[in-house]
Ligand binder design. Structure first.
Ligand SMILES: NC(=O)C1=CN([C@@H]2O[C@H](COP(=O)(O)OP(=O)(O)OC[C@H]3O[C@@H](n4cnc5c(N)ncnc54)[C@H](O)[C@@H]3O)[C@@H](O)[C@H]2O)C=CC1
Ligand SMILES: O=C(O)[C@H]1O[C@H](OP(=O)(O)OP(=O)(O)OC[C@H]2O[C@@H](n3ccc(=O)[nH]c3=O)[C@H](O)[C@@H]2O)[C@H](O)[C@@H](O)[C@@H]1O
Length: 443
């Protein structure tokens, strides 16, 4: 099938490349000329495992091309994958959706299927259809399909080929049959529903996952007070199939381009429909305060942070991505700078993006060793494999005082107890070891 994909961010590019890989002919369209030129030469503008390899392969086989030209006359199906960022009041900014709908309308020459991949408030697909049909030539009919995306950054290609379900919300059988055909080669379970339910499934799924994270973070706070270990608690809870063991990692809260934005949007959607979504408001509130925990712990450990050298290990909102949107490192670095600390940041991939997100006072280092040398406190922000595998001896040899505050519970407490280190993690007992004579003294 000939498919055009409008918007080549994390979702549009991965969708385009994956659809090309299963045999469709894909034209990816973006208004960002520099990005399009880069992609046309086989270079991915985002860091995403497997993506560049599949891009090159499908460009060479003639299944994948990139353009800034907003013409769709040869497309059987058009996917919309533009951004829907949040406005200051928490609602979704639909200006890119509106622009994409207008350009589609202007260039349609035949009946077409328009598929919305972007996350959009309930009712938006009906609005898109109306926008296009009102501006397109009168005889042209548009079939609209809601096909929300569930991929995770950092494993986007894997998720596309191994997802738990594909959700297809339609208004008629034609849309349903064509989308079934397009997706058949993925071999994944397909769940059919109506347009509004599909839109709601996306928000409800992200809100539920965010709720799991804030729930376990609340449990972790109680564990710290009563002396329990949140990891053991999560494992024990997860043994119950009704609860499941996924998304129960306590830490510094959720970040990224979607959970914060989509939880806020769902609170707004509920409010617009006279429903006060109290539970989700609390989930958001818990998450906002969770991010500051590492700074509070650093203050408790060393007192005034002014003039203290603090290392940030990991800057992206999660491992295996260079995405800095809503990363916990941003408010943490800002607060540390406000308190007068010297902040040094390291990330294996995200430093180029981090430069425009973090305060200008932050210094960036290319290696873990340079980041830790002379530091008073190290904060583990992102659990990159290269950070999880730092030998604990490295902290004790390079830092002025080996105080490690681990926002991602990267180390086992048994291992930590074997080193002269002050180790503070989330929802687990603190370990404060030091050498007395030749033996290790644990508190
Ligand atoms: N990032 C993620 O992991 C996921 C995102 N989503 C949703 O997918 C949508 C897209 O998200 P991302 O890919 O992260 O966005 P993004 O911000 O990375 O990319 C959006 C792209 O659309 C382009 N664009 C904007 N207006 C355009 C227009 N009129 N014509 C052509 N191109 C245009 C921009 O230049 C940009 O390249 C959002 O609604 C998001 O909530 C859903 C699931 C996962
Ligand atoms: O709508 C979206 O954009 C996407 O949002 C999330 O994907 P993503 O944001 O890429 O990453 P996740 O792996 O879900 O992590 C989100 C945040 O939650 C945090 N997290 C995750 C899991 C956990 O147990 N604890 C926890 O703190 C991560 O560190 C990260 O900051 C969802 O997992 C995807 O299904 C969805 O498509």
């Amino acid at each position: 099938m000939r498919i055009s994909v409008i918007g080549t961010g994390y979702v549009g590019l991965v969708t385009g490349v994956s659809l090309a890989e299963i045999g469709h002919h894909i034209t990816c369209i973006d208004i960002d000329e520099a990005k399009v030129a880069m992609m046309a030469s086989g270079i991915s503008p985002i860091y995403e495992p497997e993506l560049e390899h599949l891009m090159e392969k499908n460009i060479q086989s003639g299944h994948l091309s990139f353009t800034t030209e907003l013409h769709f006359s040869s497309a059987d199906v058009i996917y919309i994958a533009v951004g829907t960022p949040q406005l200051p009041d928490g609602t979704s900014d639909l200006q890119y959706i509106e622009q994409a709908s207008q350009v589609i309308a202007r260039s349609l020459t035949k009946d077409t299927i328009v598929v919305t991949k972007s996350t959009v408030p309930v009712g938006t697909n009906h609005w898109i259809k109306t926008l296009i049909e009102e501006a397109a030539p009168e005889e042209i009919k548009v079939t609209i399909v809601s096909n929300p995306e569930f991929l995770r950054e950092g494993s986007a290609v894997y998720d596309t080929f191994n997802g738990d379900r594909i959700v297809i919300g339609t208004e008629n059988n034609q849309g349903r049959e064509i989308l079934d055909d397009i997706n058949a080669s993925f071999g994944l379970p397909i769940y059919h529903t109506d347009l509004k339910s599909a839109e709601m499934i996306k928000y409800a799924s992200n809100a539920f996952l965010a709720t799991k994270i804030s729930f376990i973070n609340e449990i972790s706070a109680i564990c710290e007070k009563v002396g329990a270990n949140v990891e053991d608690v999560a494992l024990g809870m997860g043994k119950d199939n009704r609860i499941g063991d996924k998304f129960l990692n306590a830490g510094i809260g959720y970040g990224g381009s979607c959970f914060p934005k989509d939880t806020n949007a769902l609170v707004q959607i509920a409010g617009n429909n006279e429903h006060d979504f109290k539970l989700l408001k609390s989930v958001i509130e818990v998450n906002n305060s969770q991010r500051m925990k590492l700074v509070e712990r650093a203050r408790e450990a060393v007192g005034d942070l002014s003039g203290k050298r603090i290392s940030l290990l990991g800057l992206s909102f999660k491992p295996n991505t260079d995405d800095m949107r809503e990363a916990a490192s941003i408010p943490i670095a800002q607060e540390l700078v406000n308190q007068g600390a010297d902040v040094v940041g390291y990330d294996p991939i995200a430093i180029p993006n981090a430069r425009s997100f973090l305060p200008e006072e932050v210094q960036f280092k290319e290696t873990i060793e340079e980041t830790l040398r002379g530091a008073d406190v190290a904060l583990i922000i992102t659990e990159w494999e290269v950070i999880k595998s730092i030998d604990l001896i490295t902290y004790t040899t390079l830092m002025t005082s080996p105080i490690v505050i681990d926002g991602r519970n990267c180390y086992s407490l048994d291992e930590v107890r074997r080193h002269p280190i002050h180790y503070i993690s989330i929802g687990r007992p603190e370990v404060q070891n030091r050498f007395v004579g030749n033996s290790l003294n644990t508190r």
